[in-house]
Design a protein around this ligand. Structure first.
Ligand code: NAD
Length: 389
């Protein structure tokens, strides 16, 4: 999507909206990015906005509309809870500010699409914080999958242990509720790996999902799994859970020409010689199979982490560098997450594209019928230590 309005000068003046755990993590690494200057912060809780504003010596606001009116920013990074993001992002983009959104864009596909459409109409950039796209082994896996070296995809599998304690869930009143978050592991922990899975295997056209709450005392799912069908007949399966610990995060793709195996940061690629369909019909041997050749995989040495995405966003605004994770590419993983829940709820496979109206009606019903009483132990704004500078 074209960004019509570039930023003049050598630095993007960036505001951070939502200065909780992740937002403060972003603030803490702004001074490591030469093309960015933190110029304002905003949080709906006055003492949080003030504390962070004073810490970084920038003006602070409690309402994003006041931040817009102050004209201190060219762009904003929005790290509020996800259901809060669409109105803030749309308001900022309509006022001409570029937006870097935390993941997921929203809790539902219909409002995320409105964000993408507003960016298009306003000629501003919308990007999403999918920093895992730059993890070297995963960036290489995407390159291999896109090069056609796998042939036609027959199977795609993903397993993602995303362990969280009950204390994590109890640390904020919005977490793991239909109203505050709009889902559990599918909505908060899985978006990165779902995005990577889709980058590697493509988008399925049928989803048979199952979500359940197996261990935690939460309103939404801590386990989700789905069987998938791809347009060319391939099949897929994934499982994500906040009950399970690593090791074992894996993505595996089997195609007619090869097999790609990613597991805990290690990537392997095997080439089949000749390709499987050829060999299957040419071989006269009863017990034989194509040659399996393990190819050397050169892992690139590239900058990664959140700051690399923020820097790419700034360089896009200043110099037109292509975005690593454009906002519209945040739609697919969200549509898939929504489809898993709708399928789980109806007990039937769901065809994609997902009916936006059916999902909105499902979510509205879940929110209306909610009787869950949240027992938050007190709001804590502390992000995963691996995300701090
Ligand atoms: N990219 C990543 O690796 C990553 C990691 C962690 C969290 N996140 C995402 O970041 C978002 C925030 O997560 P968190 O863990 O920092 O949550 P958090 O609860 O610690 O912080 C959210 C902050 O937003 C503020 N807020 C709420 N509504 C607001 C509004 N309308 N205007 C301004 N401020 C508002 C809250 O007061 C709070 O300070 C989530 O969407 C989450 O998915 C992304």
């Amino acid at each position: 999507m074209a960004t019509r309005n570039r930023v003049e000068g050598s630095q993007v003046r960036l505001g951070v909206i939502g200065t909780g755990g992740m937002g403060q993590g972003h603030c803490s690494r702004m001074n490591t990015i030469p093309e960015v200057r933190l110029t304002a912060v905003c949080d709906i809780v006055p003492e949080v906005a003030r504390k962070v504003g004073e810490q970084y010596n920038v003006p602070y606001f409690t309402d994003f509309r006041d931040l817009i009116r102050a004209r201190l920013c060219d762009a904003v990074l929005i790290a509020t809870p996800h259901p809060e993001r669409p109105p803030i992002a749309i308001g900022c983009m309509k006022a001409g500010l570029h937006v870097l959104s935390e993941k997921p864009l929203s809790e539902r596909i219909s409002t995320a699409e409105k964000m993408v459409e507003t960016a298009r109409q306003s000629g501003v950039a919308l990007a999403i914080m999918f920093q895992r796209r730059l993890e070297p082994a995963l960036a290489k896996a995407i390159e291999i999958a896109r090069s056609g070296r796998l042939g036609t995809l027959f199977r795609a599998t993903m397993i993602s242990p995303e362990y969280r304690t009950q204390a994590y869930y109890d640390s904020g009143d919005w977490r793991a509720t239909w109203r505050g978050e709009g889902g559990g592991v599918m909505m908060n922990q899985a978006p990165h790996i779902l995005d990577l899975f889709i980058r590697l295997s493509g988008m399925p056209n049928e989803v048979y999902g199952r979500c359940e709450t197996r261990l935690h005392k939460i309103e939404v799912e801590d386990v989700a799994e789905a069987m998938l069908r791809y347009p060319d007949g391939g099949t897929g399966y994934f499982y994500c859970s906040t009950n399970e610990l690593g090791p074992g995060q894996m993505i595996e793709l089997f195609g007619t020409k090869g097999k790609l195996i990613y597991r805990d940061g290690v990537l392997k690629f095997y080439r089949y010689e000749p390709p499987v369909p050829e060999f299957t019909f040419q071989s006269t041997q009863m017990w034989s199979s194509p040659q399996r050749i393990e190819e050397t995989v050169e892992i690139p040495d590239i900058p990664h982490g959140h700051a690399a995405i923020t820097r790419n966003f700034a360089r896009h605004l200043l110099f037109g560098e292509p975005l690593v994770s454009p906002g519209e590419e945040g739609l697919q993983s969200l549509e898939l997450a929504n489809a898993v829940w709708l399928s789980s709820y109806t007990g039937k496979p769901v065809r994609l594209p997902l009916s936006r109206r059916a999902y909105d009606a499902f979510l509205a019903r879940k929110r209306k019928e909610s009787k869950f009483v949240k027992t938050a132990t007190g709001y804590q704004r502390v992000t995963d230590p691996q995300h701090t500078a």
